[in-house]
Structures are given as C-alpha cells and as structure tokens.
Design a protein around this ligand. Sequence first.
Ligand SMILES: *[C@@H]1O[C@H](CO)[C@@H](O)[C@H](O)[C@H]1NC(C)=O
Ligand SMILES: *[C@@H]1O[C@H](CO)[C@@H](O)[C@H](O)[C@H]1NC(C)=O
Ligand SMILES: *[C@@H]1O[C@H](CO)[C@@H](O)[C@H](O)[C@H]1NC(C)=O
Ligand SMILES: *[C@@H]1O[C@H](CO)[C@@H](O)[C@H](O)[C@H]1NC(C)=O
Ligand SMILES: *[C@@H]1O[C@H](CO)[C@@H](O)[C@H](O)[C@H]1NC(C)=O
Ligand SMILES: *[C@@H]1O[C@H](CO)[C@@H](O)[C@H](O)[C@H]1NC(C)=O
Ligand SMILES: *[C@@H]1O[C@H](CO)[C@@H](O)[C@H](O)[C@H]1NC(C)=O
Ligand SMILES: *[C@@H]1O[C@H](CO)[C@@H](O)[C@H](O)[C@H]1NC(C)=O
Ligand SMILES: *[C@@H]1O[C@H](CO)[C@@H](O)[C@H](O)[C@H]1NC(C)=O
Ligand SMILES: *[C@@H]1O[C@H](CO)[C@@H](O)[C@H](O)[C@H]1NC(C)=O
Ligand SMILES: *[C@@H]1O[C@H](CO)[C@@H](O)[C@H](O)[C@H]1NC(C)=O
Ligand SMILES: *[C@@H]1O[C@H](CO)[C@@H](O)[C@H](O)[C@H]1NC(C)=O
Length: 731
Amino acid sequence: MRLSALIKTALLAQVTAATSVARSPPQCDGAPATLELSDPPYENYFYSDCNTAAQVVVTSPLPDSNLEIISPRLIVAWPGGNSGVCAFFAPQSGINGSLAISLVNSTIGDPISGIHAKPSPGFATDAPVVGVRGVMRFNASAVLTVPILGSIRTIRDFVEGPSILYPEIQDAIAFSTGPDGSISLSRDWLDNVTSTTLTFVPVDSSSGQVSTTERTVTFAPGDYIFSASYNYPQLTQLKPSAVLANTSSDLIAQYPTQTTALSFLSYSQKLLAGAWRFLTYFGRDSMISALLLEPVLSNGEGSAMEAVIGAVLERLNRTDGSVCHEENIGDYATWTNLQNGIVSNDMICDYKMIDTDFFLPVLMQKYFLDNAVGRTRIPAGSIDPLNKNITYGELALLSARRILRLAAPFAEDPVKENLIRLKPNEVVGQWRDSSDGLGGGRIPYDVNTALVPAALRAISSLARGGVFRGDRDWAALADRYAKVWEDKTLSFFEITIPKEKAKHLVESYKNRTNFQGPSHADSIDDTIHFHALALDSPNNLSHIEVMNTDDCFRHFLLNTTNEAQLTVFINQTANNIRRTFPAGLMTGVGLVVANPAYGVDPGYAANFTNGAYHGTVVWSWQLAMMARGLEQQLGRCVRSKAAATGVPRFCTDPSVYGNLRTAYNLLWDNLEANAAQLSSEVWSWVFRGGRFVPTPLGVLPAPGGGSQTESNIQQLWSLTFLAVTRNAAFR
Ligand SMILES: *[C@@H]1O[C@H](CO)[C@@H](O)[C@H](O)[C@H]1NC(C)=O
Ligand SMILES: *[C@@H]1O[C@H](CO)[C@@H](O)[C@H](O)[C@H]1NC(C)=O
Ligand SMILES: *[C@@H]1O[C@H](CO)[C@@H](O)[C@H](O)[C@H]1NC(C)=O
Ligand SMILES: *[C@@H]1O[C@H](CO)[C@@H](O)[C@H](O)[C@H]1NC(C)=O
Ligand SMILES: *[C@@H]1O[C@H](CO)[C@@H](O)[C@H](O)[C@H]1NC(C)=O
Ligand SMILES: *[C@@H]1O[C@H](CO)[C@@H](O)[C@H](O)[C@H]1NC(C)=O
Ligand SMILES: *[C@@H]1O[C@H](CO)[C@@H](O)[C@H](O)[C@H]1NC(C)=O
Ligand SMILES: *[C@@H]1O[C@H](CO)[C@@H](O)[C@H](O)[C@H]1NC(C)=O
Ligand SMILES: *[C@@H]1O[C@H](CO)[C@@H](O)[C@H](O)[C@H]1NC(C)=O
Ligand SMILES: *[C@@H]1O[C@H](CO)[C@@H](O)[C@H](O)[C@H]1NC(C)=O
Ligand SMILES: *[C@@H]1O[C@H](CO)[C@@H](O)[C@H](O)[C@H]1NC(C)=O
Ligand SMILES: *[C@@H]1O[C@H](CO)[C@@H](O)[C@H](O)[C@H]1NC(C)=O
C-alpha cells in the first residue's frame, strides 16, 4: 500500500512535467498483451497495446556469471523505427557482481505499463509520445556507466561490436533533473524530429536518490520509476487472430505464449525477425518463417502472408532484381546516410546476401498457386522510395530474371567454376552469417544444392500457372536448369571418411577440445558420409569439413528424383542425426548446426565452439525445417504408393527407410524434451553431470575472446513449431 501511494505521487508529478499537453489518449479495446519470459541472467517483458509495442530486458549477474561478459543492463526495444534505449550500470563499490537490478510489480504495472501522450503543439511531428514505464530496484548503490538512446543498431554496435560508441550520438544526450528528484536523459535524433527520453524518479526520496554531476548519474539503493519513451510513428500490429488463418485460431488458446510472441513480431507492413536484436525486416528470416508457418498463417488482403511477400517485393533492388536482406531505418538510417554525405532519413537496404533471392519464388508459388490467392498489381514505393512507379508484380519478374541469369552458367556447363559464390569482398552470404560461420568457405552448400534448384522449380510452376505472365517459355527452361542443379551439385560437397579414421578423429577432437562427454566413437559402425558446409576458403581448404544440418534445405524444398543419389543422401542425413555429438549432430538439447570433429585442420575445432554464433550450438528453426523436411520425404513413400506412381527407391530399402523413420522419431523425442527452448533464436550447452545442459549463448565466451552474440528470446522463425508438429503416422 505504502509503495503504491508513493508511486502515485511520484508518477503524477512526472506525467505532469513530461506531457503537460497530454489529452486523454485513445482507449485501446481489450487488455494489453503482455509476456514475461525468464532466461537467466536475462528477464524479458513484452508489452503491446493499440498504441505501441515494446520489449524490456533486464540483465543482472548471477552468482556463476562471467562478470567480464554480464553486467547489470536495462534495454527497452521498440519495433517502430527499430529503436531503443539501453543503460548499463555498475556497482559504486567497484566490485563486479555486487549490484543486482530487477523490475518489481507495482501499481504502475505487472511489472510494466504503456505510455501514450499526444504530441506537444508546434512539434515537428504529430506522432504521439509512446513507451513503457515500470519500477526498477537497485539493491546497492549504482552508477550509470553507458546510456545509449536511439536505434537498436547503435545499441548492437556497442553490445556486439568491440564496444563501439559514436560521439555524435553519445554527446547529444542531454541530462536534466526535476524537482521530484528525477533524472532525465534525452536525445534528439539526427532527423531533428524525434527524441528519446529515459527518466528515473525515486519512488521514495528517503531511500532512493539519484544525483548527477558532469553527466555521471548515481543511484542510492532503492526503487525507481523508470520511463522510456519516444515520438516516432508506430507500426500496425496484427493481433493473434489476424496473424493466423481462421482455421488455426484454436492455436491462440492452445499456445498463448507463442501466439502472443508471433503477434508481437507481426505488423501489417512486415514481420520482424526477432526480439530484441532484430525488431525489423529481414528477408531470409521472414520468408523461411512464412514457408514453415504457411499452413497456419492468414492469407488475403491485410494478412500475414501478404505482409511477408509485400515487404520483400517493396524492398527489392529494381536494378539487378536482388532481394533485400536487412533494412536500415530510423535514426541509424539517418546516421548511415550522413556517413555517406547524404542528409536524408530514407531507409537503406543491404543486398549482400546471396541466398535470400531464392526463397521468394518458392514462397510465391505456395501463396499464389497452392492457395490460389495473391495480388501482384500493388504499387511499390511507399516504404522504399527507390521503388516508386513500379508494381510488386513487375518487381517479382525482375527477381525471377535474376535467378535465371545466375543459374544459367552451371545449367549449361556443370563445373565447379560455375557454382554460386559469396559476393566479392563479403565474408558472409547465407544464414550462417557470422564471420567464421562458413569456416571461410566461398561456395555455400545450402545455396548451391538446394536453394537454386528449388527457386527454379518454383519459377517454372509460376510461369506454368500464369502468375509470371508473358514468360511462359520459362516453364520448360527453369525445369531444365533445375534438373541439372538438383543432380550435379551434391558431388562437389561430398565428404566420406573411412570408419577407423572417423573413430580416431572424434577421439582426438575430444582430447583437443577438452570436451567432457563421451566421444561416441563406438557408434561409428560404417563409413562417415556428410556434405561440406562450403568449398574453397582463402587459406586453401577445398572443403569446409564441418558436419552440419543444412541437409534440411534439400529435404524441405525439393523432391529430387535421381534415385541412386537420393537414397544415399537420405541415409547419411538419418545416420548423422542418429549419432550423438561429437560422432554425429544429436545432443540432449537438440541437433548442433555444426560439428567440427571430423575437420582435420585444428582451426575447425577452435572456431566452431559452443560459444560461437554458428558453432556447436542449436538453432530452433533448423530443427523445425529438418523435422518438416524428413516428414515430407517420408510422405513421398505414402503418397506415391497411393497414387501407384512408383515409390522412390529409398522407401523400399528397409535399412534406409528404417533409418529415416528412426531419425524422424529421435528428433521429435528430442524436440519434445526441449520444448522450453524452442521459441528462442539459438541456444548452447555445457556438459555437466553426465549430460548436455541448455545454456544461453550470451553467457559463454566467444572463440578467440571476440565479442559475444546474445540470443533473441523470441525469434520469428523459431515460432514455426506452431505449424510444424509431429506426424503420428510415422511413429
Ligand atoms: C567488470 O565489469 C566490466 C563491465 O562489464 C568489465 O569490463 C570488466 O572486465 C569486469 N571486471 C572483472 C574483473 O571481471
Ligand atoms: C545485491 O545483489 C548481489 C547479487 O545477488 C549480491 O552479491 C549483493 O550482496 C547484494 N547487495 C546487497 C547490499 O544486498
Ligand atoms: C508480477 O506479478 C505477476 C502476476 O501478476 C507475476 O506473475 C510476476 O512473477 C510478478 N513479477 C515480479 C517481478 O514480481
Ligand atoms: C538537422 O538540423 C541540422 C542543423 O540545422 C542540419 O544541419 C541537418 O542537416 C538536419 N538534419 C536533417 C536530417 O534534416
Ligand atoms: C476470418 O474471421 C474473421 C472474423 O470472424 C472474418 O472477418 C474474416 O472474413 C474471416 N476470414 C476468412 C478468410 O474467412
Ligand atoms: C542495386 O543493384 C545495383 C546493381 O548491382 C547496385 O549498383 C546498387 O547499388 C543496388 N542498389 C542499392 C540501393 O543498393
Ligand atoms: C516516378 O514518376 C514520377 C512522375 O512521373 C517522377 O517524378 C519520379 O521521378 C519517378 N520516380 C522514380 C523513382 O522513378
Ligand atoms: C579460424 O578462425 C581464424 C580467425 O578468424 C581464421 O583465421 C582461420 O582461418 C579459421 N580457421 C578455420 C578452419 O575456419
Ligand atoms: C586421447 O587421450 C587418451 C587419454 O589421454 C589417449 O589414450 C588417446 O590415445 C587419445 N586419443 C587420440 C585420438 O588422441
Ligand atoms: C594458397 O595457395 C596459393 C596457391 O597455391 C598460395 O599462393 C597461397 O600462399 C596459399 N595460401 C595459404 C594461406 O596457404
Ligand atoms: C544406410 O546406413 C546404414 C548405417 O550406416 C548402413 O548400414 C546401410 O548400408 C546404408 N544403406 C545404404 C543403402 O546406403
Ligand atoms: C514433396 O513430397 C511431399 C510428399 O508427397 C510433399 O508433401 C511436398 O510438398 C513435396 N515437396 C515439394 C517441394 O514438392
């Protein structure tokens, strides 16, 4: 009671000061959507109502935390403009680990609530002031070490890069104190229109005190009302009932956390990739998510499917037909434009990826042909000003032309030189987009063996189905190209290791890396067979000898027909899933996306660690795509039998079919055991007490002491288990 009375007084003073012109804000119908997700040392709070959406992350070190990596930190992240606020704190005592911060429930919120106020008259924007507030507790005296106000990208440059801060952004923070004992940090954006404010008010001036001298803010132990707000146009959120197809609306009651998270990431303009680090458009993430979620997603005008496809087409490069990987918007766009000598707030697209183009026709095929819906005559340019005067349909044709152009050389002459490579001067180009994600390889496995042929098959279907009008000759051409890409690419990536050598390699991996678990060398009863992650590294490795989960793309996106190849391919995937790491990919916490144990060069084990973003770690969506891919291959045996069109040979080879079915069920047993992890982006493990124990990636040191990447607690493509479920027919 006492706390709540004090909060009311403090809050009233603060609201009056900050928003003296506030009239009654629009009433949202229905309660705000909230989620509270704990992933120690990270506590996550999601809030959205009809005015705004925000995520708050409070990090506080645990007794076993690595204090060089984890320190007390508050983050507020908004999808609107990919914006946010970040504040790092340190104990005034100077002893790391001696300060804990937390949010506490109060009359202000459980524990956060929304801010919404009309703009001040005469302001350069009519966007309302929106944000969140709550009560934060410091258990010891604290100092604010680093505040960052503006873009999530600016925050990520500090958190993930080598602690980069930009003086032109940091120096623009204004500090001010209020008569209620409050301290406000405020920064006007480079657009001269938006400003972000972070305020702390002691709940009780007798126990909490905040003081500031020379831009240094200190806090006495106690409770403080924090408010974070800004005035930037907000996106239109799709409620769970609008994201999902009507026929799937029962998922809302069945999976309230996942559907609330999906809605938090879904807007009529675009779907966002992940919270908090990727609260914006990412082409690959949104298209893979839509492909896996398609059976349950809404379609038609204003639907989730149109949000995804529309966002991709809107941002397409009309000059060369390439699909945008990531958009740069809000304050960071203005800042980037300024670095290029341009005064503009226009968004900027990044076109460096080589895989993203190929998902578009596959998704369009699903939407336009399989569902018989979809509109192409939508004018582009409302978000990307470079695409004015052109329609989405015309942009889609430009993209298809690009794919045919890129695919032609190998289709005509299937030699290694004609495989598709990363762009010159880029070290990344597909989903393993950290600098060591492909082990330096330039010719990625997924793009060449799965994405290109799948895109060609889809272009052929879209031409045949009349969606790509006027280009009907594409139907035969793209099919012809696809067949070559399906049949002739795998062999370049093949790696086979004789049984005895394979046993020796996993034993020596265990010795070299000090891996605490068993090597599982005894499970190697045959030649080991897998496909290199990529080919041709600058340090002259012809094959990146890292076992991996990228087989899932071929299983999910293609039904290849080259019998001899297909049987062996299916068998090796199943064997690699069945065997436990480091002999295979399986662990108690999911399939690792990379297993370097069979790599002879010591660099593999050193770079692909359980602290590396694309190391021996588990990515949820790869599990989803693998599960769906294996199910589709199993489905070929059933369907073909029914249609009497002849079953693929692997269906009738008991060793291979049995292997596949066993792998499918082992994977699902494992997924069911790890349900608590599945919605997050990526997670890692430690081997303790004889088993793999799940651990957030952000708390483990990165290889070579580099800066660590922290996982998103909710990731769009990790929510695909709403649609990917165990098929009881294959038990
Ligand atoms: C204390 O924390 C700071 C900030 O996180 C970090 O840079 C420093 O390395 C830590 N010191 C020790 C001894 O862990
Ligand atoms: C604050 O919390 C930290 C971490 O739990 C703890 O080590 C410290 O003793 C606490 N300080 C006080 C004054 O309670
Ligand atoms: C706040 O209250 C909610 C119930 O309304 C509870 O679930 C949650 O754990 C509480 N959070 C804190 C930080 O005490
Ligand atoms: C903001 O105002 C400054 C000072 O007037 C000006 O130099 C700058 O170009 C403006 N920026 C934008 C994006 O309009
Ligand atoms: C889905 O349900 C909503 C609300 O009942 C309705 O307005 C809408 O037309 C339905 N959509 C479809 C595609 O049936
Ligand atoms: C679009 O592609 C062309 C040709 O590759 C390139 O020169 C241009 O910079 C790209 N546009 C943008 C906005 O990046
Ligand atoms: C779009 O058309 C208008 C009117 O013809 C023209 O002024 C503008 O420059 C065009 N924009 C682009 C991006 O081509
Ligand atoms: C390991 O990483 C280092 C540093 O990035 C790099 O120089 C080396 O080539 C990598 N080795 C392998 C096999 O990936
Ligand atoms: C691994 O270490 C064990 C124990 O030291 C040793 O017996 C074995 O020979 C080593 N194996 C390899 C392959 O290095
Ligand atoms: C790779 O091979 C080329 C040509 O044989 C040689 O010039 C170069 O030094 C080699 N690079 C490394 C890192 O070994
Ligand atoms: C499939 O793999 C198993 C286990 O390695 C092996 O025994 C079997 O011979 C393989 N079948 C084919 C057709 O390759
Ligand atoms: C492959 O076949 C399965 C089973 O018939 C089917 O579900 C799936 O959609 C097919 N995939 C493609 C890419 O055609």
